[in-house]
Design a protein around this ligand. Structure first.
Ligand code: UTP
Length: 325
């Protein structure tokens, strides 16, 4: 089975970080988003992967080829961002007729992939979501998907597609995307993967679903921070540093230098960061950044940044009430 991982998008919702870094290389819980996906693939012995790259794609390729020299990775370019269906179509020459597992590059999953490869029909990862209007949704009958609708205005089901697609008949998927493009069938102005899968259903392909409870989006600042919290609470390692109070769970890179500070809970401090006289909680500090004399909460600091606060010098008399906002 080959993994197909689209990572061509701009990551607009994560600006300013994505102005200089591809979204999937942003750190969450101690390593880049895409590394969580690749580590999971390797754990499950999936050693072939196609990455659909676009914006800052050479940086992604450089990171993956250096970090995972044993992964049989192929890179295809999506020159125009015309939607997920269009992205997957660019990868078609790399998968021919193989079974494929499409995984959205900006999502961390906590699922047992070995169960997926045992499934006998194509299957889509789903989760019940209160308001699924910004997702694709699946209507079911007797365990089989009868209809897929992308971003429905009035959803008839809460079962949302969360970004994991196991496709047996990849050749039919390629043909269905081709048909979307020939007939110019778009939803929200994009060639959608969901619409191509619906065409496959109309052509007789059977689709089932599998539940994905552990689904962690990294597409927006608040979801990146909540995914960071989830990963740290699962993988955070106890740590001791002189002159530093650590409130677990945290990730502190071995090369980070921290002095006279309080770190955590839920802080990720990346390689070569320097943190001095500060309190940092529920935040991610990307590599090579310096943070001094500041209280940071719910924050994302980019790489190579410098953040400096100040201490107050006071000479306060008795019975005075002083509030600094
Ligand atoms: P998103 O639409 O959530 O990500 O696509 P984005 O476009 O990077 O982010 P925003 O919306 O601008 O903030 C989900 C995944 O699919 C990829 C994206 O790179 C992301 O990993 N994708 C999406 C493509 O590769 N090509 C596309 O045309 C669309």
């Amino acid at each position: 089975m080959r993994a197909i991982i689209p990572v061509a998008g701009f990551g607009t919702r994560l600006k300013p970080h994505t102005l200089t870094h591809p979204k999937v290389l942003l750190n969450v819980g101690g390593k880049p988003i895409v590394a969580h996906i690749i580590d999971k693939l390797i754990e499950e012995n999936i050693t072939e992967a196609t990455f659909i790259v676009g914006y800052l794609g050479e940086r992604i390729e450089d990171y993956i080829s250096k970090t995972y020299p044993n992964l049989k990775a192929e890179y295809v370019e999506q020159k125009e961002l015309l939607g997920l269906g269009h992205a997957i179509y660019q990868a078609a020459p790399t998968f021919n007729d193989d079974e494929i597992l499409i995984i959205l590059g900006d999502t961390v999953f906590d699922v047992d992939l070995s169960q997926i490869s045992k499934l006998e029909t194509s299957s889509l990862g789903v989760k019940e979501i209160k308001d699924p209007r910004r997702f694709g949704v699946a209507e079911l009958e007797d365990g089989l998907i009868t209809k897929l609708i992308e971003k429905p205005e009035n959803p008839t089901t809460n079962l949302a597609l969360v970004g994991l697609y196991y496709i047996k008949n990849s050749n039919l998927l390629t043909k269905s995307i081709e048909e979307l493009m020939e007939k110019n069938i778009k939803t929200k102005n994009e060639y959608q993967l969901t619409d191509a899968l619906q065409l496959m259903i109309e052509k007789g392909e059977k689709f089932m679903t599998f539940p994905v409870e552990g689904w962690y989006d990294c597409g927006k600042p608040e979801t990146l921070l909540s995914t960071n919290r989830f990963i740290l609470s699962k993988n955070g390692e106890p740590k001791k540093i002189e002159s530093v109070v650590i409130n677990e769970p945290v990730y502190i890179a071995p090369t980070a230098k921290i002095k006279n500070s309080v770190i955590g809970p839920y802080a990720t401090i990346s390689d070569n960061c320097e943190v001095t006289d500060s309190i940092i909680k529920n935040s991610i500090i990307n590599k090579n950044s310096k943070v001094e004399r500041i209280i940071l909460a719910d924050s994302i600091i980019g790489a190579d940044a410098r953040v400096q606060g100040s201490h107050h010098k006071m000479n306060v008399g008795d019975s005075l009430e002083l509030e600094i906002n």
